[in-house]
Design a protein around this ligand. Sequence first.
Ligand code: CXF
Ligand code: ZN
Length: 410
Amino acid sequence: MEWIRRAGDVGAERVEQVERDPDAGGSVRSASSRHTLGGTVETEAAILWQPHTDWSVEPIELDPPKEGEVLVKLAASGMCHSDEHLVTGDLIAPLPIVGGHEGAGVVEEVGPGVTGLAPGDHVVFGFIAACGQCPPCATGHSNLCDTGAELMSGHQMDGTVRHHARGQDVATLLCLGTFAPYTVVNQASCVKILDDIPLDRACLVGCGVTTGWGSSVYAADVRPGDNVAVIGIGGIGASAVQGARLAGAETIFAIDPVELKRTLAPSFGATHVAASVDEAFALIEQETWGHMCDKVICAMGVGSGAMMESILGITAKRGRVVVTNIHPALESSVTMNLMFLTLLEKQVVGSIFGSANIRSDIPKLLKLYRDGQLDLDSMITNTYKLGDVNQGYQDMRDGKNIRGVLIYDS
Ligand code: CXF
Ligand code: ZN
């Protein structure tokens, strides 16, 4: 007899004493995964083998966690736009790669040297790991963590990978790979959360929600009475609207070409909607008496440098534009009248993860959710099984989702 954690146990604090069958090698089976404790996990994952192709859902083998790593059984994964950026080639990463970086689940095993995490702990992954030791972490900017930057390579800290398919090594997006019921990640990526937070909601704060909320609250520094514009009302933009509302903005202009998103935006706190920046110009001019927006958050899927001059046009004197969305990796030109930037003291700042801190802000946002101040429920427009991941992304392209979420079998 020995103590094991059942492979199908997400959401339940349950460690069982089981009789191991010596012929079966002490293995535990769930519907889609076979797991030998301390050994390989045979499971499945959505892998991108080439840009401009579908995600391929297929069997993978997962090595046990090494130094500083943990094996996590995932309950859910958000379907962020950044995974789509791998498909379009706007984001460049080593291929093949297991997608997904908005994950929440339960720690199943810990590798050597792991401190502060134990089997049974509920965790959310911060999409940028935070080691707590490097200069950015030590100065309160863990969104720029040096370890996090290394793990963005998609390889573990020792330069190898734990994921394998078709006899090949497979990287994981941001060294997370949440498009799979199991993954192995660095402990620095994990944030322990309370057991009573639903994991299918909690996963969203690992990227999109905190990125959007922090873009308003930290990067833009929205103040009570501010006029704010949010461009792009996906998962990040809807959360930026919520952040601006919580920070006391007076007016919040939600700008999106998709009608469904303009319809949903007021429920997150938008006071006005417009289909484009150009259309928003006259509305903002009228509603702010020509003052324009103190803060503008760029949260469209992929930005375009050619739009910056119009974006600066809806920005007030001393106003700040926060560039949260990604731009194509090879784009290096932008339209911007630098004379007016100087004369009107406008600012353009970049922000990653909403300039937030995974260890303080993830628990904070989940508390706001529990207290009913942050709406995660309405952010989830559709849920999918892993096998339907391509349908989920098609729905995103078709403008049907604020956020799709993959739900794994419990
Ligand atoms: C992105 C930012 C660029 C690297 C990949 C992740 N952020 C959120 O999805
Ligand atoms: Zn993301």
